[in-house]
Ligand binder design. Sequence first.
Ligand SMILES: Cc1cc2nc3c(=O)[nH]c(=O)nc-3n(C[C@H](O)[C@H](O)[C@H](O)COP(=O)(O)OP(=O)(O)OC[C@H]3O[C@@H](n4cnc5c(N)ncnc54)[C@H](O)[C@@H]3O)c2cc1C
Length: 160
Amino acid sequence: MTTPTVHIVGAGLAGLAAGLTAAEAGLKVRLHEAAPRAGGRCRTYWDAQLDARIDNGNHLMMSGNTAVLDLVKRTGAQDQLVGPEIAVYPFIDLETGRRWTVKPGLDRLPLWVLDPARSVPGSYPPIFWKACACRSPGRTRPSLTSSADAARSGADSGSR
Ligand SMILES: Cc1cc2nc3c(=O)[nH]c(=O)nc-3n(C[C@H](O)[C@H](O)[C@H](O)COP(=O)(O)OP(=O)(O)OC[C@H]3O[C@@H](n4cnc5c(N)ncnc54)[C@H](O)[C@@H]3O)c2cc1C
């Protein structure tokens, strides 16, 4: 019996992960990518002017994101992954120049969302309940304010 070939369109994270799963299952994989390189919206490129590898953007990877950590493990890239011991995320709003740092820390309860010095400026606890509501079946999806919007509204209202 010949081994079936799986054709996957797009070599972004989803296509690469699907290809890996199919290959691990013993299938032949053909990955079709329109761009000159793999990675899709999550990629690294060589910048000749800076003489350095640059990520196309800021991708936050949390320890709770077991799917992506599993992918890192299955591709044997664990030793390539470096990160802080404690989650600390500095941000800058290029439009306003405002800076803030999100510090979830290692607490078992997410009490950091109540601490203005550790959370997103202008955010407030109900926004997190709304986010939880998104996960409950049958609920309508509420519109969530983005971090940048929250930061801006915090700056506008002078709350921080
Ligand atoms: C700056 C930035 C920061 C981000 N930060 C985060 C983050 O912190 N956390 C997070 O979870 N997500 C983040 N994201 C989102 C995350 O990168 C994407 O959700 C994820 O990479 C999408 O992967 P994908 O494989 O589904 O799609 P894509 O990455 O879009 O890949 C699709 C691929 O398919 C190819 N393709 C499309 N059509 C065809 C075709 N007809 N034939 C051949 N090839 C085709 C495209 O060229 C592309 O390479 C960020 C994205 C950006 C841009």
